[in-house]
Design a protein around this ligand. Sequence first.
Ligand code: AP5
Length: 226
Amino acid sequence: MACCGGNKEQTGEVIVILIAPPGGGKGTQAKLLVERFGFQHFATGDMLREEIGKSSKIGLQIKEIVARGELVSDDLVGGLVKDRLAKSNGCGVVLDGFPRTWAQAEYLQAILSRQIVCAVRIVVKEEDLLRRITGRRFCSECGNIYNMYFSPPRNSGECDKCGAPLRRRRDDYPSVVEERLHIYAEQTRPVVEFYRTSGRYFEVNGNQQPDQVASDIHGIVEALGK
Ligand code: AP5
């Protein structure tokens, strides 16, 4: 199924929800879905970091919450997602980091109309997550993601694609990661049940090479158009 390749008047827009713990590979796989299908990528973590970057009053409040590894309010994040969805180009969307609570899942269901919603859970062994997160670096210019253990850049500290410096997220230090994993287990894992019982729900093995994980996810998305 190519971007807008199907008759979206008949099928409706596809929305792929990626569910995985911190470091589970949502951002990596979302980028590959964009490359393969031309989907738009809406990542709530990125939206919140954009707000933080503006240093507005709300941005400063968000900064403290994210730095502690806690969740920002459902209302605030729901509003950001609703705005983006309203402006989507109809060629498909990948949601990365939303919904993350039962209330967010209910909210999303309420604001969608004819879209085909598909939830894909990327299952990753817990012992791998810490190295994935603490080893993560991202390009300050193009956003390309690296991992110092699993997929390091050719030149340490520099992006292979554009040469810009690599950065580390403030919430990727071990003390915060523990809280993020705890919150995932408590508040986000129930979202799996929401989708398992209410529609198109799939699981893929996230303990494979990224391109193999991508191939599994792309197969699921392609089958949606049939
Ligand atoms: P967010 O930015 O969404 O962070 P997260 O969900 O904790 O997820 P990550 O970005 O850490 O991991 P990822 O799954 O994208 O993995 P990645 O592909 O980068 O949220 C940050 C904060 O914002 C939250 O803590 C919260 O405060 C707030 N927030 C966001 N959304 C919210 C919401 N809806 N409600 C309330 N608050 C919200 O991969 C990780 C590493 O692993 C990389 O180094 C990568 O190279 C490597 N890797 C990826 N795949 C593989 C593989 N198959 N094999 C080996 N290594 C791999």
